[in-house]
Design a protein around this ligand. Structure first.
Ligand SMILES: Cc1ncc(C[n+]2csc(CCOP(=O)(O)OP(=O)(O)O)c2C)c(N)n1
Ligand SMILES: [Mg+2]
Length: 671
């Protein structure tokens, strides 16, 4: 047992470092970090299990920090365990530094994730906890049973609506590998918390199936006792609500208390307030970037303990691996991040099928061949056809993670963030489905997956106004343009931040899924039809879909016009072509499942498919902007200009001009 005095000294050390980082950067958030220091210090000095020599050890405990603005607290803590140097702390928020404003994922440096957008980060933690349970059940490796996911949430995260989804999922799945600390400091950015919330948070979490402990979150002994109890809870996630003091230990210029003050949320303490505070906490304002000797000793001792703990755990893992060589080899493969081996010849597609059904055909094969894949749906599995996967497995449930289907309930953002958390954990391949129109509910998570280069698969069906009878609330129009912006946005490795594929028929859907599974370093979106689609002409070379755009079989040499589209509109172009040919018009049809992928091809390929100077006509069930960049100055795009309408889809096709006849007329008008 560590001396409480030393623990308090270490927490003060974190407070000094965090406040000094922000002071030096002239930007950042000292108050929350100072209030949370006691919890993070007890966690890291006594509970968080990891291998100091092997930061990405699969069986390590993980710490997810929801309030990313408290990153100075995490960086300071990580400096105490040697993952950051004191020099690096002084580079907070500077160009190219390893200490950015809100860090994303950097497990080698001890950062599992922090969320910039409040609420997402703790949900990533819940996803990671699901992954750990899944891996325990599917490998039998005892290490995953021992893994704890520690999560840190603040007032902002609790207020974000996603916290209900995260808490509901953790409750219903009985995630007893979750210990979440709520830094309840009664202060947020612009007000005291009481101005905007008067809920009984403890009662709320209890109602959602959590075990809740309430403590003084600045009291090391109470924190220790609460973590002990929380870890011992069986069958439920645990929440520790810690009442903390924002800006603990801070003093104003005049030496009076600067605690519990909104002003310390997001600005340096400043001038003499900083000097007074550092003096008060036992640091040297002239030279505050110091680790105290007793704190060094505390963490040196912990490092020794961790060596032992990791060695014991790894010995257990080795014993398991020796007894289960096949499982051990599979686990190594799953954590390698490599694309899984799939025998695509096993996928049987039906002619003229809807692409959502074609996706189901693929998913049913993936369920059999990719044992570490988890597929989710936001209560639409029989509609978004993720049930192709579900039929081959069972749903994850409390106490039984032997299945591989995650029923997320009607909570698209929660589902997406859980999938991101699974990907952050590693070892599993997450996919999730819902209607395309509800991708709007998921966009903030898609953006985080894209930023963090995580290979989550987003399955979006009911891709256009052809969901007709449900009316305009259910008819995506602008969604494709929105999500294709993520193809134009590059990640920090220079790659399109998201791969977006809208296949033209059942066979092209198989290719799209192959591209999705082989894409291991960015998210993939699959946009799929509800209605049946006629197959592309016989002899079509589907493998070409991997280039993002290609010439459909049966196209003419030296065309007078090039018709291009993605998804079901390609088959409408094929029908229109028959009419044009009667007039002697020579036509090339180009299927463009992904403009982003096409733009990544060599210029001469792009020029060969869509040569400048040849008239072009694009057809899209979304906004014309989907294809305008490809059609350029050589033609026009027929798309939707308004929200959709409520009517059977065949009527909408007629009314909105998605017919062979209208293709004929529009093309004749530009020739
Ligand atoms: C989704 C989202 N909305 C808004 C913000 C901006 N923001 C950052 S911190 C914060 C207040 C958070 O208060 P709390 O979580 O209590 O943190 P504390 O002030 O205690 O440090 C806000 C509104 C954000 N980061 N994410
Ligand atoms: Mg707060």
């Amino acid at each position: 047992m560590n001396d409480i005095k030393v623990l308090n000294h270490a927490a003060d050390n974190i407070r000094i470092l965090a406040a000094s980082m922000v002071e030096k950067a002239k930007s950042g958030h000292p108050g929350g970090a100072m209030g949370g220091a006691d919890f993070i210090n007890v966690l890291y000095s006594e509970y968080l299990n990891y291998d100091p020599a092997d930061p990405t050890w699969v069986g390590r405990d993980r710490f997810f920090l929801d309030p990313g603005h408290m990153a100075p607290m995490l960086y300071s803590q990580l400096a105490l365990i040697g993952k950051f140097s004191l020099e690096e702390l002084q580079q907070l928020r500077q160009w190219g530094s390893p200490t950015p404003g809100h860090p994303e994922a950097d497990p080698k440096r001890g950062i599992e994730n922090t969320s910039g957008p409040l609420g997402q980060g703790h949900t990533f933690g819940i996803g990671a906890a699901i992954a750990a349970k899944f891996l325990a059940a599917h490998t039998g490796n005892p290490t995953f049973e021992k893994e704890t996911i520690y999560i840190y949430i603040s007032d902002g995260g609790v207020q974000e609506e996603i916290s209900q989804g995260a808490a509901r999922i953790a409750g219903i799945l009985g995630l007893d590998n979750v210990v979440m600390f709520y830094d309840s400091n009664d202060i947020q950015l612009s007000t005291e918390t009481k101005v905007v919330m008067n809920e009984d948070t403890a009662a709320k979490y209890r109602a959602l199936g959590w075990e809740v402990f309430e403590i003084n979150g600045n009291d090391a002994a109470q924190i220790r006792a609460a973590i002990e109890k929380a870890k011992a809870v069986k069958g439920k996630p645990a929440l520790i609500i810690g009442k903390t003091i924002m800006g603990k230990g801070a003093l104003k210029e005049d030496g009076s208390s600067y605690e519990a003050n909104c002003k310390t949320h997001g600005a340096p303490l400043g001038g003499n307030a900083f000097v007074n505070t550092i003096n008060h906490l036992g640091g040297n304002p002239e030279n505050p970037f110091v680790i105290f000797d007793d704190v060094k000793e505390l963490y040196a001792k912990r490092a020794e303990e961790l060596k032992k703990i990791a060695a014991e755990r790894k010995a257990e893992e080795a014993a398991w691996a020796a007894a289960n060589p096949e499982k051990a080899a599979a686990q190594a493969e799953w954590f390698s991040g490599k694309a899984p081996k799939v025998d695509w010849s096993k996928v049987q597609q039906k002619a003229g099928d809807a692409t959502r059904n074609a996706s189901a055909a693929v998913l049913s094969v993936l369920a059999e061949q990719v044992p570490n894949m988890i597929c989710a749906s936001a209560d639409l599995s029989n509609s978004d056809k993720t049930d192709g996967f579900l039929k081959k497995t069972t749903s994850l449930q409390a106490g039984d993670f032997s299945g591989a289907f995650f029923q997320a309930g009607v909570a698209e953002l929660t589902m997406a963030c859980c999938c991101i958390g699974m990907a952050l954990h590693g070892g599993v391949i997450p996919a999730c489905g819902t209607f395309f129109v509800f991708s709007d509910y998921m966009k903030p998570a898609v953006r985080m997956a894209a930023l963090m280069e995580l290979p989550v698969k987003f399955i979006w069906t009911h891709d256009a106004f052809r969901v007709g009878e449900d009316g305009p609330t259910h008819e995506p129009v602008e969604q494709e343009a929105q999500i294709r912006l993520m193809e134009k946005l590059k990640n920090h490795h220079g790659k399109n931040s998201t791969l977006v594929l809208r296949p033209a028929d059942a066979q092209e859907t198989t290719v799209a899924w192959k591209l999705a599974m082989e894409n291991t370093d960015s998210p993939t979106a699959l946009i799929l039809s509800r209605q049946n689609i006629a197959d592309l002409p016989a002899g079509n070379d589907y493998a070409q879909a991997g280039k993002g755009a290609y010439i459909v079989a049966g196209s003419d040499e030296n065309p007078d016009v090039i018709l291009l589209a993605s998804g079901s509109e390609v088959s409408t172009l094929v029908a229109g072509t028959e009419l044009l040919r009667k007039d002697g018009v020579k036509v090339r049809i180009v299927s463009v499942p992904s403009e982003g992928l096409f733009r990544s091809q060599p210029k001469d390929y792009q020029q060969a498919i869509l040569p400048a100077g040849v008239k072009k006509f694009g057809l899209t069930a979304g906004l014309p902007v989907n294809l305008e960049g490809l059609v350029g100055a050589d033609g026009t795009v027929w798309g939707l200009q308004s929200f959709g309408f409520s009517a059977p889809y065949k009527v909408l096709d007629e009314k909105l001009g998605f017919t062979a006849e209208n293709v004929y007329q529009q093309v004749k008008a530009i020739l």
